[in-house]
Design a protein. Structure first.
Length: 179
């Protein structure tokens, strides 16, 4: 056995991989992902499956319709934040709650985002991504979004708390700076 075979390869972070692939996609492919909830096009589905394969995501992680829908939503958010400038929308150090606050996202909207479940959560995530993109608050850490829309309720709850904590920490810091 070769030394390389003894150690399994490091697993890719699929969220970082999807974010990193955005600048490499054509303008049309990113646009298809941004419109995926409007058109449900075969092109967007093909781009998504290509992203998932290149991210080395195990088939079992996205083969069910519900799992594929969650990855589709994450790819849509990444494409929305990447925009026409083709930036990498994922930056681990950029806290989502702080970015929402800096974008002028209201507390009411934050509460809708962090309390929504099911189809309402999809709508709120899409709205938050569009709001961030419009305000120029990209890139952000996409992992809380992945946790929020994932199938692990404990991780989703931690993501909700983290997003709210970071938002209110930014609001508090802003209030202290203005005094």
């Amino acid at each position: 056995m070769q030394p390389d075979e003894a150690t399994p390869p490091a697993e890719k972070d699929p969220v970082a991989s999807i974010g990193g692939q955005m600048p490499l996609l054509s303008t049309g492919e990113r646009a298809a992902l941004r419109r995926t909830f409007l058109t449900n096009s075969a092109q967007a589905q093909g781009v998504l499956i290509g992203l998932l394969h290149r991210a080395a995501l195990p088939d079992a992680a996205w083969r069910s319709p519900a799992a594929l829908q969650r990855w589709r939503l994450l790819a849509h958010v990444a494409a929305t934040l990447s925009g026409t400038a083709a930036i990498n929308p994922h930056a681990p150090g950029q806290r989502l709650g702080r970015a929402l606050h800096a974008a002028g996202y209201s507390v009411n909207r934050l509460m809708r985002l962090t309390t929504a479940r099911g189809p309402a959560l999809i709508d709120q995530v899409v709205r938050a991504a569009r709001y961030l993109a419009q305000a120029g608050q990209a890139p952000v850490d996409l992992r809380p979004i992945r946790a929020l829309i994932g199938d692990d309720p404990d991780r989703a709850e931690r993501a909700r708390i983290d997003i709210a904590r970071d938002y209110f920490a930014a609001e508090y810091a802003q209030g202290r700076d203005s005094q």
